[in-house]
Structure formats: structure tokens, C-alpha cells
Design a protein around this ligand. Structure first.
Ligand SMILES: Nc1ncnc2c1ncn2[C@@H]1O[C@H](COP(=O)(O)OP(=O)(O)OP(=O)(O)O)[C@@H](O)[C@H]1O
Length: 258
């Protein structure tokens, strides 16, 4: 298995507070690795380190063998790892086509003089239509994103990350805010799209244990900034310690939220 991402002894402190402690893990081609854990476990901090947004205070983080500590999302996307930008929330008045075009243009290193240049750029338009079609959004190209359903907004966010043609994609609660009936539809759409688009690995941060159990090839559980478990789903959900420390708590939280 080709390793795409690896951390060795990663630590991250916010002042005196240790949010990540000695995290060593790998993510290889073909994997869908879920990162789970209770509130405050360090998931967001870890993901920010893995995507080069935060520089760890200790240890190494590498993507395809190269140090990516703190390199930032733009450089990281150019090297092949992308994360949904939540553009839909930032620019609710942009259409589906303009939102995806923003990502395509940023990847091609063009200036953001978007709407004069993009409309006439056949290459960009073609890529926008291609990405929209993968996500079933081709009928909505001229709809402003504010008017999309919650599920469509999620798909548009993820489509924008796919527009960067990444090898690795990071999905941070891709179905949050979506009704439970639509969650599996979104997951299957995006996993199918990832395969078709040549994405080699997916990192998923997710609280919904149903989704984690169904779609992960491996699960990394964090607690108090440490790796509590790093296992395949079957072993993960059969371990009573994990059920007590992670799954039970999250299921309890979901039950309260629903
Ligand atoms: N910028 C910061 N400064 C100080 N402490 C922080 C900062 N960011 C996060 N923390 C703390 O670090 C710990 C880990 O936070 P993090 O957001 O990574 O957890 P999480 O697992 O993503 O939680 P949640 O599920 O609630 O989003 C928390 O105790 C949080 O309060």
C-alpha cells in the first residue's frame, strides 16, 4: 500500500494546553479513514495539522513524502490534497456554476477577476460542467447556492473541493445539517464521485457512527488529544472499551441532538 499521509509523534499545544499528543498515523491509497472522538478530543486540530493549516508544535507531518507542516491550503491543494471550503456559506449569492468556477480558477492559478474572465473561458466552463454533473448538480448551474436544499449545498461544497482534482480529500462532517434520510445518499454520491475522479484516499471527520461504520475502511479514535484506537470497523465496533469510551458517548450525543 502506498502511504499518502503520515504523521510521526505529532503534538500541538495552544499555550499551556496540549490539544494533540504524540499522534503517529498513516493514510494509504485506497483508504477511507474516519477520525472520531468526543467533543474537544482534538479532531479539528488534527485535521488542521494534516491539511497544513496548523503547524504542529512537535513531530512530523508528510504528504507524499514531503513535509507539509503549516504550508497552508492553497499550496497543499496544488500538491494534491483538498478540503471543502464551505464556499456556499461564504458566498450564498453565487450560482452553482460560479461557486465551482471559483475553485477551478483558484486551482489553475488564474486571477480572481472571475466573472469577466470565466464566462469566456471554455476550459473552465467545461470543467465546471463536468464537476457539476458528477454530483448531479448539472440541472442547477444557474441557481444561486442560497436557494439549494441543505443536501445540495453540501454536495456543492464537496464538488468545489473535487474541482481541484485532488488525490486526497478531506471531508469535515459532510452530512451535518442534512436530514438522516439523505445522509446515505450524499455519502454514496460523494464516494462514487471520488472513485470516478481518481481520488486515492478520503479522510472523514464524522460524529454519526452509522456513517462511520458503513463507509470507513479504518477508524482513528481520539480522546484527550491521543489516539485511543486505530482499527478496521469490525474490530473497532467489537471492542467494549471503545464502545464505552467513544461510541456510547457519541450515540448518546446524537440521540440528544435528534
Ligand atoms: N485556538 C485555540 N486556542 C486554545 N485552545 C484551543 C484552540 N483550538 C482548540 N482548542 C482546544 O483544543 C481542544 C481540542 O479542540 P478541537 O477543536 O481540535 O476538538 P474536536 O475534537 O474537533 O471537538 P468538536 O467535536 O467539539 O469539534 C479543545 O479542548 C479546545 O478547547
Amino acid at each position: 500500500m502506498t502511504v499518502l499521509i503520515e504523521t510521526q509523534g505529532v503534538g500541538k499545544a495552544y499555550g499551556e494546553f496540549v490539544a494533540l499528543d504524540d499522534i503517529t498515523l498513516t493514510i494509504a491509497e485506497g483508504e477511507l479513514v474516519s477520525i472520531v472522538g468526543p467533543n474537544g478530543a482534538g479532531k479539528t486540530t488534527l485535521v488542521n495539522v494534516l491539511t497544513g493549516l496548523l503547524k504542529p508544535t512537535a513531530g512530523l507531518v508528510r504528504f507524499k513524502g514531503q513535509d507539509i507542516a503549516g504550508i497552508g491550503p492553497v499550496k497543499l491543494a496544488q500538491r494534491g490534497m483538498a478540503r471543502a471550503f464551505q464556499l456556499v456559506h461564504v458566498f450564498p449569492e453565487l450560482t452553482v456554476s460560479e461557486t465551482i468556477a471559483t475553485a477551478v480558477v483558484s486551482q489553475r492559478g488564474k486571477s480572481l477577476d472571475l466573472f469577466s474572465s470565466v464566462r469566456g473561458d471554455a476550459g473552465v466552463n467545461e470543467r465546471v460542467r463536468e464537476v457539476a454533473a458528477i454530483f448531479g448538480l448539472d440541472g442547477k448551474l444557474d441557481t444561486v447556492s442560497r436557494l439549494l436544499s441543505q443536501g445540495e449545498k453540501k454536495l456543492l461544497d464537496i464538488a468545489s473541493a473535487f474541482a481541484l482534482s485532488p488525490e486526497v480529500i478531506l471531508l469535515d462532517e459532510p452530512t451535518s445539517g442534512v436530514s438522516s434520510g439523505d445522509k446515505h445518499g450524499i455519502m454514496t454520491t460523494l464516494i462514487g464521485a471520488a472513485k470516478r475522479a481518481g481520488v486515492k484516499a478520503i479522510i472523514l471527520v464524522e460524529h454519526d457512527m452509522d456513517l462511520v461504520a458503513e463507509y470507513s475502511s479504518r477508524i482513528v479514535a481520539l480522546k484527550g488529544g491521543k489516539v485511543l484506537a486505530d482499527r478496521a470497523p469490525k474490530e473497532f465496533f467489537e471492542d467494549p472499551d471503545i464502545i464505552a469510551n467513544i461510541v456510547g458517548k457519541l450515540v448518546g450525543r446524537l440521540a440528544k441532538a435528534n
